[in-house]
Design a protein around this ligand. Structure first.
Ligand code: CS2
Length: 457
């Protein structure tokens, strides 16, 4: 038996169910990039708001490439389970906020129709860093966007033109990806594809708040699905597995009304930057260090790498002494306590978070996670050994001895490694003319240290 509206009445009593009439909820949100993260994060906050009485924020989920999410959720009327796991066990909750899933390449007209519908006021996005088409040094790769079709910027700029023509109101576009100033990045990319009246209207009346999102969501495995089916007594092909913790800090700058996401604990703040940079450099920075150093040490999972007596001290130092020192904390922001909490989350043994998942797309991740901190800490005279050790781990990972690299720049980076020794590779990426020089240009001592660390093993 497959989970659906028709079968949910027979779910066991210990599975929490949506406390509202799903069919009475009209759609108000389009989400671009409906993968596991969205299902375990924004959709849960929206579900909380609807359970608290909010109306008409049901989500149309759009998958920009893969058909898999449609196959998972369409036969289930959009219903799926969130399994939260920690040392105390696993709790199951059915989420009802997603109404429909569209696969953009198969149904571009339906996506455009959802985006122009007057009742749609908010678009949220989780398309991963590479979905923003940025150059390694930052800035939007306008040439690659112009040559492409079906990017987020194409859908959203078309939505601006369509809504202007239709007299539908402006929208709020909420980027939920791991980038510094994600709202600005999104705004700049949409503006680049607009001109004339549509551009003026977008710049004047639409809003792109920046946000910090946080929840660890490993890719769901076949064993996860089997285990959840055993508890539900029905198959749920759309289930996601996550930790109990979740956090969402949102810049309080909306062009429209919005769900009461704060009912589920989201914070609306004047300035997200202190939270966003702390999360990127401490959590994500530590994650990427665990990935490259952990894989190099033969581990598969985050909880194994954080227990490794060689890896752990480097990661702790990266977080506590280097990332934290690069931040401008908000009043009352407790970075030591934050680091303690992160270490406890990484150690959660029931999550099975694969290092390989985090290791992917490094070219998109090292900028906000490490390079910005390296630049700031050099200026502040802060020691950078742990961050450089992590960066050397990435360069070794890119040499690819452990297998193929998953990265939009994989071919280019592999070609650089074939043509260069360690010194040449460091120069090609972080020298004066290096690909990442706009984010961080290594000085002579840093280059020597990186080369030594790359060559050490
Ligand atoms: C991870 C993130 O895969 C990665 O790069 O660092 O997905 C991380 O798990 C989330 O940002 C946690 O909020």
């Amino acid at each position: 038996m497959r989970l659906s509206e028709a079968t949910r009445a027979s779910l066991p009593g210990d599975v929490a169910q949506p406390g509202y009439a799903r069919r009475e909820q009209a759609r108000g949100i389009v989400h671009l990039g409906i993968g596991a993260f969205h299902r375990a994060h924004q959709a849960v906050y929206t579900d909380d708001a609807m359970a608290a009485g909010d109306r008409d924020w049901a989500i149309t989920g759009v998958s920009l490439r893969s058909r898999q999410v449609h196959e998972q959720l369409a036969p289930q009327d959009g219903l799926y389970t969130v399994a939260t796991r920690d040392a105390d066990g696993e709790r199951l909750r059915l989420i009802g906020a997603v109404r429909e899933v569209l696969v953009a390449p198969d149904a571009p007209d339906a996506v455009a129709a959802a985006l122009v519908a007057p009742a749609t006021r908010i678009v949220t996005l989780t398309v991963t860093e590479k979905g923003y088409h940025r150059l390694p040094g930052g800035g939007i790769d306008t040439a690659s966007v112009a040559a492409a079709s079906g990017t987020i910027y194409h859908y959203l700029s078309q939505a601006v033109r369509d809504r202007l023509a239709a007299g539908a109101g402006p929208m709020t576009l909420v980027s939920c990806d791991n980038m510094t100033d994600n709202g600005h990045v999104l705004r700049n990319g949409v503006v680049a594809l607009l001109d004339g009246a549509a551009r003026d209207w977008f710049e004047r009346d639409w809003a792109c708040p920046s946000t910090m999102v946080d929840r660890i969501v490993p890719a769901t495995t076949a064993a996860d699905l089997d285990g959840i089916a055993a508890r539900l007594g029905q198959r749920d092909e759309g289930a996601v597995v996550t930790e109990p913790f979740r956090q969402w800090v949102i810049e309080d700058r909306f062009a429209t009304d919005r769900p009461r996401w704060d009912v589920g604990g989201a914070q609306f703040v004047a300035d997200v930057r202190p939270y966003e940079t702390a999360k990127l450099r401490m959590l994500n920075g530590a994650h990427s260090a665990l990935a490259y150093l952990g894989l190099g040490a033969g581990h598969d999972y985050v909880h194994q790498a954080i227990a490794d007596p060689v890896v752990r001290p480097i990661v702790e130092r990266l977080m506590r002494d280097e990332a934290a020192a690069s931040l401008d904390a908000a009043p009352g922001q407790d970075l030591r306590g934050y680091a303690d909490a992160l270490l406890a989350r990484f150690a959660n043994p029931s999550l099975a978070h694969r290092l390989a998942q985090i290791a992917s797309d490094g070219s998109q991740k090292v900028g906000p996670r490490w390079l910005e901190a390296l630049t700031i800490n050099r200026a502040r005279g802060v020691d950078r050994t742990a961050t450089l050790t992590a960066l050397a781990g990435w360069l070794r990972h890119l040499r690819g001895q452990a297998g193929p690299i998953s990265d939009p720049m994989a071919d280019e980076l592999a070609a650089l490694w074939r043509a260069n020794d360690a010194r040449g590779m460091v120069d090609a990426l972080f020298g004066a003319e290096g690909k990442f020089a706009a984010r961080w240009q290594a000085d002579e001592a840093e280059r020597a240290m990186l080369v030594e660390l790359v060559e050490r093993t």
